[in-house]
Design a binder for this molecule. Sequence first.
Ligand code: IMP
Length: 424
Amino acid sequence: MTRLIIIGGQWGDEGKGKIVDWYTSKFKPSFVVRFNGGANAGHTVVNGKGKFKLHLIPSGILHKNIKCVLANGMVVDPVELLGEISTLESSGVFTKNILISDRAHIVMPWHFLAEEIDERSRGKNLIGTTKKGIGPAYSDKVGRTGLRFADAASKSLFRAKLEEIYKIKKVHFSAGSKLPEVEIIIENYWKILSKLNKYVTKTEEVLKTASEKNQKIILEGAQGSLLDVEWGIYNKVTSSPTTRLGAYQGSGILPKEGDRAFGVYKAYITKVGEGYLPTRMKEDVEKIIRERGNEFGVTTGRPRKCGWFDAPLAKYTAEINGFDEVVITKPDVLDTLERIKICVGYSLNGKRINSVTSSEVEFNKCQPIYEEVPGWREETSSIKKYKDLPTNFKKYLSVIEKLIGVKISAVSLGPATKQTVTIN
Ligand code: IMP
């Protein structure tokens, strides 16, 4: 195996950052590649060097000899990226190994303005975005009015491209009333982009050469499969492909026999932003779980809605990704519960269904059907071996493993990378 794709199996925040860091230590890749999204992601890694919150830079940055690629599928806010690089540098992290694709799109000031206007005009049906300019930056990409790092190779090129796009934007933003002056944007952004230029390259060619040499690569997904623009619960989704299929498109790497995709799932489920969470817990239980699991957004600080493990959704995302293995995170958060619910199907218009509907209107009507299992009521976060885990804990894992339909190969029992137990 030379390529590992790590994907969130739920609505994001499954703990992928930590799992990428864990696999990076074990698998020792030459590259860790982010292939989608932008600063909407928030990956937390706690290891021997401290606690790090990463939004744009791949989680592999904490390992010195690994190249970290921001690939073509990303939309990158240069202001945020420069800030992230300097925060890491001030903690003594080596950052010279960052590579930015010259095809990655640049998040520009008008993207934040457009997002604000779009969300406001959605009224009650707002998405609850992270306000990082993601949707408008991807809209510009497919609308062919995006700026890419290749367009900032020199100031004259950047000026020419920006002035061309600015003309279109001026028409969009009611005669330019809220849009900053073009000269201000050029000067401010050029100051930042010229500092990032040393990282910019044709990352798809670098990755192609690495693949030819059989060098190991980890593809690090951001957000979760249920937020995928194609396969998620539309329209409460992000604007990029978040699944295994998106990993190839977003990095320029071609699929190869032997690639393995690992799904990361929480032992329960959370959702941040608007949209229906069928298994949402009752307020008193949700409060316990939110506090024990620190369920607040890394990027936005918003409290996350917490729900019971939802097997139809988990099976659906395992299938669309073709997961080879699954890692379960945060089961230790459930340590204190007497009984644990698992959603095994839905009731929709009086009929039982076990699948996921494509229509959000129907999805919103799905009522969970639960099975209950006894809890283990024992502190598990310091357990190091699978055989030492409580019997009811292991039973819970084997029930959800059967429901997902994919082998669980590890469990994460706390935020630190070393709090991870392998299951053989
Ligand atoms: P956007 O990606 O900022 O456009 O937000 C679209 C939806 O995806 C919102 O519901 C966000 O809360 C959600 N979202 C985006 N990124 C993440 C993430 O990294 N974790 C969890 N939810 C996210």
